[in-house]
Design a protein around this ligand. Structure first.
Ligand SMILES: Nc1nc2c(c(=O)[nH]1)N[C@H]1C(S)=C(S)[C@@H](COP(=O)(O)O)O[C@H]1N2
Ligand SMILES: [Mo]
Length: 415
């Protein structure tokens, strides 16, 4: 590129320090070793582009032992991604369904009924006529960050990859509810999916009238079949079990329905043994995605620590990184944009001295809520760290140990 003149490069390279020496070394070896690339000959379909064949390892993966309650569970490869948007083909996937429904949008309908003045049924074309919004929001499954023990514990993808972040486009549910005229005694809506077993969730009317989206597009294109084509609910910042896919019915009612998917499956158990059915907002969480489990830090010197932070408490206010196992923390840089209920990318410059160390990140959100360590979380819940190996909504700090050979492993307590 013209703007990158050789005098610019020389100025950068002679600006001193270990980084310049490292970059010069890299440039020399690249010049010495890389043959001229062969012309790009794309294989297969050109109508919808595909990643480079050299990026074929950047894929969703499933845990070594899938949980019995889940029919399909695929995790986002967080370690391979940059920025804050998850490509649609890498969005995590959690289904409690009997196969993905193959819905024809021409025959799909959304019905709103119950405690409304005018029950209405919309076609997809009618939904698209309403004023739309496009908003970047994460989804996070309640069971995310649980495989801290056992065969999946060394991979950021398999531990924390039940979260993704997309730009969702659709119409606010409040707009559709206004069309129907919600009656004054209504307090909840029950959202139902169009698959054979009718996945169903209770959502407080206040959230339905606030920022909940009836979405038909994801990252600019129609929502993928696995993500709910042609229509899904997005309840920003809330546990992803509320984000009903293949949405076809909104029943306006005056109480929660304690449906099987929220009270049987997906229910959490408190430390005292009581059921926790309705825990909507997710806690603040930061996860270091690079370097992370299974990687090898190539040697002492400069490295960038990076990862993602998110929270149900609207905005990530700050992320702190520790390279001494939590004794001291320093504030990381938040990459712009920092958006409500979206993944936030953080970066932290790190000079590794080659000694064994433990790196970890901690998120503080707009509510002032600080992400706890697993020991702090256990104290708050008046339980032991063991509890979090089965509990949902775990947002404790997960540290990585960097050994002297550069290998990275999970350093969480009790594993
Ligand atoms: N209709 C329907 N909606 C659903 C589900 C489902 O099985 N059926 N799974 C839920 C669960 S458990 C999660 S975590 C999110 C996952 O969304 P994703 O598969 O698009 O990542 O969708 C939720 N919405
Ligand atoms: Mo989930």
């Amino acid at each position: 590129m013209g703007s990158h003149s050789s005098s610019d490069r020389r100025r950068f390279l002679t600006s001193g320090g270990a980084l310049a020496a490292f970059v010069m070394g890299a440039i020399r070896s690249v010049r010495g070793q890389t043959p001229a690339p062969a012309p790009y000959e794309p294989q297969g379909l050109l109508a919808y582009g595909q990643p480079s064949k050299f990026a074929s390892t950047v894929v969703r993966r499933t845990t070594a032992r899938p949980t019995a309650i889940t029919d399909t569970a695929l995790m986002t490869p967080l370690q391979d991604l940059d920025g804050i948007i998850t490509p649609s083909g890498l969005h995590f996937l959690m289904d409690h369904t009997n196969g993905i429904p193959d819905i024809d949008p021409r025959t799909h309908r959304l019905m709103l009924h119950g405690m409304v003045d005018r029950p209405l049924t919309f076609t997809m074309d009618e939904i698209r006529r309403f004023p739309s919004v496009s908003r970047i929001h994460f989804l996070e499954c309640n069971a995310n960050s649980r495989p801290l023990r056992g065969p999946n514990r060394e991979s950021v993808q398999l531990i924390h990859g039940r979260t993704s972040c997309s730009e969702w486009t659709g119409v606010l549910l409040s707009v559709l509810l206004k069309e129907c005229g919600v009656q004054s005694k209504a307090t909840w809506v029950i959202a139902e999916g169009g698959e054979t077993n009718k996945y169903t969730m209770s959502i407080p009317l206040a959230k339905a009238l606030d920022d909940t989206i009836v979405a038909y597009a994801q990252n600019g294109e129609p929502i993928r079949p696995h993500q709910g084509f042609p229509l899904r609910l997005i309840a920003p910042g809330w546990e992803a079990i509320r984000a009903v896919k293949w949405l076809n019915r909104i029943h306006v009612v005056d109480k929660p329905y304690a449906t099987w998917h929220e009270a049987g499956n997906n229910a959490d158990t408190a430390a005292d043994g009581k059921g926790l059915w309705y825990r909507f907002e997710l806690g603040p969480k930061a996860v270091i995605t690079r370097p992370s489990g299974g990687m090898r830090v190539p040697g002492p010197g400069f490295h960038e620590i990076t990862g993602l932070a998110w929270t149900g408490g609207t905005l990530v206010r700050r992320v702190d990184v520790s390279t001494d196992g939590g004794k001291t923390y320093q504030e990381a840089q938040l990459q712009q944009p920092v958006l409500r209920h979206a993944h936030t990318r953080f970066r932290f410059p790190w000079k590794w001295n080659g000694e064994e160390c433990v790196i970890q990140a901690r998120c503080t959100d707009d509510r002032g809520e600080v992400q706890p360590t697993i020991e702090e979380a256990a104290r708050i819940f008046n339980t032991t760290v063991d509890y979090f190996y089965q509990a949902d909504h775990f947002n404790g700090i997960q540290p990585w140990r960097v050994a002297r050979d550069g290998s990275v492993t999970n350093a969480i307590a009790g594993a």
